[in-house]
Design a protein. Structure first.
Length: 130
C-alpha cells in the first residue's frame, strides 16, 4: 500500500502545472505566485507566462507592472478606475511577437516613456487592439 501511495505522489509531482485561462496581477503580488485571484503575480511578464493562449491577464489594482513581451494571443486588461502602468525606462514597454493568427488586446493600460524607445512594438500578430 505504501508503494502505491508513493507512486501516486511521484506521478502527481511529475505533472507540470497547467496554465490558466485568466490570471491576475497586483501590487501586493509576487512573481512566485500562481497568478490566481487570491495569489496574484506582481508583473505582466510573470502572469503571461502562466496564461493560456487566448487567455486574459487582469490588473486588480493600481500599480506599475513592468515591460512585457507577448508571444501568444492574449488580452491584458485593467478595469475602469485601475491605473495599470508600464514605465518604459529603456527599450520597449510592450513587445508583441506572437503568431501569425494571434490577436492581442491591450485595454486601459497606461504606458509612459521614461527614456525608452517605444511604448508598443508590434513585430508579429494577426491583429493588435489598443
Amino acid at each position: 500500500m505504501r508503494h502505491v501511495f508513493a507512486f501516486v505522489i511521484a506521478v502527481f509531482l511529475a505533472i507540470p502545472a497547467s496554465a490558466a485561462q485568466r490570471t491576475f496581477v497586483s501590487y501586493r503580488g509576487s512573481d512566485l505566485n500562481p497568478c490566481a485571484v487570491d495569489s496574484p503575480c506582481r508583473s505582466f511578464a510573470a502572469a503571461i507566462a502562466q496564461t493560456n493562449a487566448n487567455g486574459e491577464v487582469v490588473a486588480v489594482d493600481s500599480a506599475g507592472y513592468g515591460p512585457v513581451t507577448i508571444t501568444q494571443a492574449v488580452t491584458i486588461v485593467a478595469p475602469l478606475g485601475v491605473h495599470a502602468g508600464i514605465s518604459v525606462f529603456s527599450g520597449d514597454g510592450v513587445t508583441i511577437n506572437a503568431g501569425l493568427n494571434d490577436v492581442v488586446v491591450l485595454r486601459n493600460l497606461y504606458i509612459n516613456s521614461q527614456g525608452g524607445v517605444n511604448g508598443v512594438t508590434l513585430s508579429v500578430a494577426a491583429a493588435l487592439h489598443i
